[in-house]
Design a binder for this molecule. Structure first.
Ligand code: UD1
Length: 392
């Protein structure tokens, strides 16, 4: 009998994570996949372009929820997603990551009695002021199947009382996508202004910022940007700007003359900082994979840089992804300006932190996930022994 699985995505990092799962599921004709896009991210360079690049079909449901307060956005997703579930009556709902769409969809499915699988479960920053941490805790607490990317996540879930049989350490779907997209880069049409920047710079760094705690708080944001300006005197920095960050930058630096970049679509040069709109995935990968270092507050980029051995400075006080620090190239430097500058200076002097690739970050996570899902749907024996949840 044909089983139906609903896969939910809503924000930029979600598209990266669902792509290889959807692809893997297509290999089986006994699973029908219903793709839902909540519309949490809606600008083309935050959303639509990702679907095209990853070869994802148009979503079966576009819920167009847009922006709003957390309560508004979460409530809108819940109301609209409930209708989808009632119409489709799926055998399982798959959610990924830690965004509001993840939380909202899992709550709806669970209350309708539909089993929920959470991909990227168990990560914990222990920082309850982070909206994503709340999303992680609540989503995991009601999910039936928990797929983890690193062993600490598995340990966190066991410590919270989840049974070992519900936890599957499978590696990281985001790395599956990363490997596929890197191998396609040579054939990609990299934007001219991105290529120009790279060719003109022997050495360069990349910067991304979007956490509300960094960019909405004007004192912290000024502190970070002052440090970035100092660093940019020694090395050019490419800074693709999330919409939230661009709004804060406009308030902070009106002397930088931020024009309407959506019309220009160019990197503007301000001191050594090369500012742009959010870049397409392939454009950004083309840049950061060869950067001298990356400065970021993103969760995903901490992991991606670790996978490719690129030095990464995380501009936060903590990370929910400790493997990137233990094994990888990540250094958590916080948001103190002096500390950021000191850490970057050390790297520029040649003090490199060597990194390795975490276990199972091998491009095959989606294969493992779909095996488990098929087994849960009653198709075939589990490929992964539930005992493998308990490692280390
Ligand atoms: C969301 C996720 C965050 C993730 C990030 C990736 C939550 C709580 N946060 O944060 O975990 O790391 O996505 O980018 O789910 N906006 C646009 N165009 C868009 C989307 C947003 O202009 O396509 C603007 C709106 O002004 C909006 C703001 O950006 O208010 C923030 O968007 P929102 O979805 O609320 O959260 P993010 O900061 O993107």
């Amino acid at each position: 009998m044909l089983k139906k699985v609903v896969i939910v995505s809503g924000a930029r990092p979600n598209f990266v994570k669902i792509a290889p799962i959807v692809d893997e599921m297509k290999r089986y004709d006994d699973i029908s996949v219903v793709l839902v896009h909540t519309g949490q991210h809606y600008d083309s360079n935050m959303s639509g372009e990702f679907f095209a690049l990853f070869g994802l079909d148009d979503p079966d449901y576009e819920m167009n929820v847009g922006s709003g307060s957390h309560a508004e956005q979460t409530a809108k997703i819940m109301t609209r997603f409930e209708k989808v579930c009632v119409t489709e009556r799926p055998d399982m709902v798959i959610v990924v990551g830690d965004v509001n769409s993840t939380l909202a969809a899992s709550l709806v499915a669970k209350k309708l009695g539909i089993p929920v699988a959470h991909v990227e479960a168990g990560l914990r920053s222990k920082d309850h002021s982070m909206p994503e941490e709340i999303n992680r805790i609540v989503t995991d607490s009601i999910s039936d199947i928990l797929f983890t990317t690193e062993q600490q996540a598995t340990k966190n879930l066991l410590a919270e009382g989840h049974s070992a049989c519900s936890i599957h350490f499978v590696g990281h779907v985001m790395i599956d996508t990363l490997i596929i997209q890197r191998d396609k880069l040579e054939r990609s049409k990299i934007s001219e202004y991105v290529r120009d920047f790279k060719e003109a710079s022997d050495r360069y760094a990349c910067l991304t910022l979007h956490r509300p705690s960094n960019v909405d708080d004007s004192v912290t944001f000024r502190r970070i940007m002052d440090a970035i300006e100092i660093i940019s005197r020694n090395i050019p920095i490419a800074f693709p700007c999330h919409p939230r960050t661009l709004n804060s930058l406009r308030r902070l630096k009106n002397e930088w003359n931020y024009l309407d970049m959506s019309k220009e679509k160019k990197i503007r040069i301000e001191n050594g900082i090369f500012l742009s709109e959010p870049l397409r995935y392939d454009d950004f990968l083309f840049l950061w994979k060869d950067a001298d270092f990356v400065l970021t507050d993103s969760g995903g980029l901490q992991e991606e840089t670790t996978a490719f051995g690129v030095p990464c400075f995380t501009l936060r006080e903590n990370t929910e992804r400790p493997i990137t620090v233990e094994i990888g190239t990540n250094i958590v430097v916080g948001t103190d300006g002096e500390n950021i500058i000191k850490s970057v200076d050390a790297l520029l002097r040649g003090e490199l932190k060597k990194g390795g690739v975490p276990p199972l970050w091998d491009g095959r996570a989606s294969e493992r996930i779909v095996k488990v899902i098929r087994s849960e749907l009653g198709y075939e024996a589990k490929a992964i022994d539930p005992d493998s949840a308990v490692i280390g």
